[in-house]
Design a protein around this ligand. Structure first.
Ligand code: C2E
Ligand code: CA
Ligand code: CA
Ligand code: CA
Length: 279
């Protein structure tokens, strides 16, 4: 009708209002999912290349909308960050991960795999966040190194508050990875100003390793640089044996991707099924 035509022609108030309403609806749905168990955490294996075994997992959050399939975390994490819902979402993921690590320990898994949780730098500097993380780890009596945090950044932040939180967590045995290195805001200044035990190379680079000499050169440069500052490399998006072989030659420590395994439910971590390694 006429009004629909007006919206198409002039992306003004009507459009913004609609977007606002969509967001409110999504926000309400996410609250409900948190209350009713519609949020799940899956675990994608991380493979220690020289040791030839799965050394840990990355926790990836999943939201299943009844009748609507999965909502990608790429979509709802952004929404949750705009509202205050990122706080309960983050707490939920941490609780699941600490519970799983405690179960694995109680079942006698030795060495205990480590599990990495994604946190935006903004989540990390949320008042009380560091204390909450440390309290959970201490209360569960987890060994040092069991919990890792993958820091993602969607915009620039002051470094000092981030560094202070990282120092506090590190005193309690928590280790840090800089996520998506080489893309977006995940850059050299972060590596310079903050300390990371791991650099996670974005999957874009491994994906194009063999079809672009430039991508290969960039992979090699990132690996050399990470090693130069004493960090281990975790390469994301490893889908083929050829990629894994090349990473082995470059002395990359960890590989993650569909070749090793997709994100699996906690039950498969507990049964060991998720730790089979590359096919
Ligand atoms: P990310 O941290 O870069 O996570 C890796 C994404 O790549 C995951 O998508 C994973 O399923 C996918 N992936 C892994 N291996 C492969 C592969 O071999 N090939 C391809 N094509 N893709 C692969 P996912 O689960 O959709 O997560 C998207 C993003 O959502 C994550 O990117 C992360 O930034 C964010 N995210 C997920 N869980 C959380 C969370 O609990 N908290 C926060 N703050 N962010 C989260
Ligand atoms: Ca990540
Ligand atoms: Ca990543
Ligand atoms: Ca990413």
């Amino acid at each position: 009708g006429a009004s629909a035509h007006a919206v198409e022609g002039l992306p003004g108030e009507d459009h913004e209002q609609r977007t606002g309403i969509d967001k409110l609806r999504r926000d309400a749905q996410l609250r409900q999912a948190l209350d009713e168990g519609g949020i799940e955490v899956r675990y994608q294996p991380i493979y220690d290349i020289p040791a030839a075994r799965v050394a840990g997992y990355e926790a990836l959050v999943r939201w299943e909308l009844p009748g609507n399939g999965m909502v990608s975390p790429a979509e709802f994490i952004k929404l949750a960050e705009e509202t205050s819902l990122i706080v309960p979402v983050g707490e939920y993921v941490l609780d699941r991960v600490v519970a799983l690590l405690s179960q694995l320990r109680d079942l006698g898994h030795d060495p205990l795999p480590d599990i990495a949780v994604n946190l935006s730098a903004r989540q990390l500097v949320e008042p009380g966040m560091a204390r909450q993380i440390v309290d959970r780890v201490e209360r569960a009596g987890l060994p040092r190194g069991a919990l890792k945090l993958e820091v993602t950044e969607s915009r620039m932040l002051d470094y000092e508050p981030v560094a202070a939180v990282m120092r506090h967590c590190r005193e309690h045995g928590i280790r840090f990875a800089l996520d998506d290195f080489g893309t977006g805001y995940s850059n050299l200044t972060h590596l310079h100003k903050l300390d990371f035990e791991y650099v996670k190379m974005d999957q874009a680079f491994a994906r194009h390793m063999f079809d672009s000499p430039k991508a290969m050169a960039i992979v090699e440069a990132i690996v050399a640089m990470a090693h130069g500052i004493g960090a281990d490399v975790i390469c994301e998006g490893v889908e083929t044996q050829a990629q894994l072989q090349r990473l082995r030659e470059l002395e990359v420590r960890y590989a993650q991707g569909y070749l090793i395994g997709k994100a699996a439910p906690a039950s498969e971590v507990l049964s060991g099924e998720a730790a089979r390694g590359p096919a």
